[in-house]
Design a protein. Sequence first.
Lengths: 127, 588
Amino acid sequence: MNREKVVFSFFMILALTLNFGFFAGEVDNPSHHNVYELFAVIVVNLIATVLKFGDRSQMGAMLLATSLVALVQLFSAALVWAYVVNIQGEVMTAGTMSTIISLSGGAMIANFISVILLIIETSMMRH
Amino acid sequence: MSLVTSLIMRQMRVPIIILIMGYSISILGMVLASGVDDQGNPWHMSFFDAFYFVSYTATTIGFGEIPYTLSNEQRTWALITIYLTVIAWFYSLGKIVSLVQDPMFREALKANQFSQQLARIPDTFILICGFGETGHALAKALTERNIHTVVIEENDKLIQTLPLEDFPLVIPGIRGDARDPEKLIQAGLQDKKCAAIIAVTASDETNLKIAVTSKLLHPEICVVCRSEIEEYESNMFSFGTDFVVNPFETFADIFGMAMHSPSLHLLYDWLTGVPNTDLTNPIYVEEGHWVICGFGRFGHDLYKQLLKSNVQVTIIDPSEKKREEFLGRPENKNNDFIIGTGFDAHTLTVAGVTKAVGLISGTDNDSNNLSIIMTARELNPDLFIVARHNKKSNEKLFEATHANIIMQPSEIIARKIRTLLVSPLMIAFLNKARNQNPSWANITISRIMGALGESVPSIWTLHVNGDEARALCQVLRLGRVIRVGNLLQNPRQRENQLEAVPLMLKRNQKLLLMPTNDIAIKSGDQILFCGTPGALRSMQWSQNDIHSLNYIMTYEDTHDSFIWRKIHQLIKQSDRRNRPRRKRHIMK
């Protein structure tokens, strides 16, 4: 068993599961979506991205790309949240919430692709 | 992704993750810790507030407790934030610094820089193995003629001086053992742009290995090798090395030329010298009694040249074995061999230096050579002295001896290789020139002096093909006749002659020495010129610019754009109409 592989897979799958946790629920209902969960998704995604740094293989490049896509989506979601609530000082509305959730939905697809790629790589490895 | 970025990324993984963890723990803590706002209501920081707070705390900017004064619970978290994030930053910065200082990283950085410089070379380049005296002289000469070079050298110090020196072009240099094929490939051996490889390291064995590697990995390129030992030389030729340059043989050859035809030697010296330096004076080698000190490769090669003339030779060498071998040969019966070193007055007197006309000090030790020259000069001030100069650092000393000919191996090799690579036709020219009668060289010299003045000319070859002489080919295709003399007209002022002399014309493998001005040029010709750099530039105009060529041929300026052409035609027509009628000339 390779410890590096365990840590790597752990963060990638955790990114997907957390993302799903945040995404699940009615799109326009703020009470279904927890801000702490979004925070956790961003942190775990950041770590997963950094773990992919410096891999020169084709698969490594693909994994890094999907992670970067997920990060861009999540950052925009967080920015929308911060802009509406902290800068404009408004209460969270259904419209804003659905924007945030759809952005995080995009991130989830990117994370999903990451995990699929990970599975393909693992199954291609011969021992 | 390049190796360098990949290395940085890989090394930065842990520090960045530590930073992310430190930040996220601190932010989460600040959000969870309960506080009180300015009205006394319970209050929690939002993620936005917390990120702001942690950001300015972690970077030690410290704006204070914003937006409200913190509660004790929040201050506890603030303490944790401070120690956690500041330490995380220190750790990351330390990692970056240690990475930058890492020798492996530096090596990778240098290799990266080298391959970038290599990729930036627009056309072909020449790979020089060994950046000693010869390599240095070659790199300078080639870059001065706008030929890109790349250097591979084992000695780190020599590579480090490369960017400090003022070469006309950037010379990418890489440190490494040229015997290692991997290193040669890294230096660009298999690159499509690599046109030639020059192996001029100090060791014959290394040069041999380089030649073998190049012929195996990139058979099309031209391989030039330096070799001092005969066995290696024949070995190099055996697998198709294009040129092997032996400094002793080359020098003996030049010496022979100086002996038999001083004017030919002078011509050689001018045409292969460094452009824009002063012209040298002719050297007259006298026949009579010669003394050779040191009978190694150098002494032996020169001895063979001396044998061709009416000369009596005395050799001084400490080796008994060489003496027996020498006296055993029938062709040496007129000459003498004395055991000794030559730097003491006694041996030199016994050898007859007092009555001799010339002395060759050819040992492989510079101090000995200098001592021999000084002693011999004292015994006979009129001696013609040939000095072998081994180490570049002794240059000043040898200059001070005022020896008539100083042989410096690296200079000889650099000159030969430069001629081989820059103007291959020049070698053919010089070979053909040897077979001419002695007065031919004198006439040629006076022609060159008359046209160019007092400095060493530049040499160039005009290839009459679509790439290098566009306008010329275009006009030739129309069936018009252009003569060699036309090319020598100045494209600015037709009546003036360019300061250039055509040396040789090559057409279908046939060589014609000193082509006259009335010879018509054909497509595919190669013409070797010598002249001033200004003449070269002007000639390039008339080769490639149709207007310049037209002007030379017809006295008329033509116009490129449609409207100007029309206006020109109108003017011409009205001129013709207004001109008074004359009787027609009978056309020939």
